[in-house]
Design a protein around this ligand. Structure first.
Ligand SMILES: CC(C)(COP(=O)(O)OP(=O)(O)OC[C@H]1O[C@@H](n2cnc3c(N)ncnc32)[C@H](O)[C@@H]1OP(=O)(O)O)[C@@H](O)C(=O)NCCC(=O)NCCS
Length: 174
């Protein structure tokens, strides 16, 4: 029953999705801020924060300058965002900074596609060990990361020891 539901949803999504995955630019920032603000903060706050991160003005702890942001665009609106940068934090080479999928697109594979784009970028930067700061109570995000091969590093962080291997595994499964 659950399998049938899952496959029907996937098939529907595959056949009818108009989703475009692309690198974000400054014109995307207001819509990205709206999505971020559904979890925490205000759109105004996130417009400033995302802009400064994108421009390299804001640097998370131990961040290096290379970074990237992707969006999933469904026509004129955004379904999700992901961002990450190179780092030295926790002995990692990359950090997943933000991932957010709009409520109505959760459980549809958008998060996995976004993760695949960011993971591909990390591999292109030779950054295989990747960390993410995730609240211990955020069980949906923790399940998502674990499903994509991350393991707990400490109560607040999860880590991919080799994001390239995870990418090959995930692609092989599709
Ligand atoms: C974290 C987040 C990006 C994960 O995205 P998501 O769409 O919820 O996660 P998944 O892709 O794992 O999908 C959730 C469920 O749908 C199912 N699913 C995923 N892709 C599917 C597909 N193509 N077809 C059918 N079902 C699917 C999954 O099996 C999963 O089930 P489960 O939660 O019962 O295990 C999203 O929940 C979100 O934006 N959360 C708010 C922001 C946040 O917490 N960010 C992380 C901060 S560290």
């Amino acid at each position: 029953m659950a399998t049938t539901g899952c496959c029907l949803l996937s098939t529907f999504y595959f056949l009818f999705s108009r989703m475009l995955y692309r690198e974000a630019d400054k014109h995307d920032v207001p819509a990205m801020a709206q999505i971020r603000a559904t979890s925490w903060g205000t759109p105004d706050y996130w417009v400033g924060r995302i802009s400064r991160y994108m421009e390299g003005v804001d640097n998370p702890r131990e961040a290096l300058s290379p970074r990237t942001l992707y969006v999933a665009a469904d026509g004129e609106s955004l379904a999700g965002i992901i961002a990450g940068h190179l780092t030295r934090r926790h002995g990692c080479q990359g950090e997943l900074e933000w991932i957010d999928v709009a409520e109505q697109y959760r459980g549809s594979g958008v998060a996995s596609e976004l993760f695949g784009h960011l993971a591909t970028w990390f591999v292109s930067q030779h950054a295989l060990k990747v960390c993410v700061d995730v609240d211990p109570t955020n069980s949906r995000a923790r399940r998502f990361y674990a499903r994509h091969g991350a393991r707990p590093l400490n109560p607040h962080w999860m880590v991919w020891d080799d994001v390239g291997a995870v990418l090959r595994r995930d692609r092989g499964a599709n």
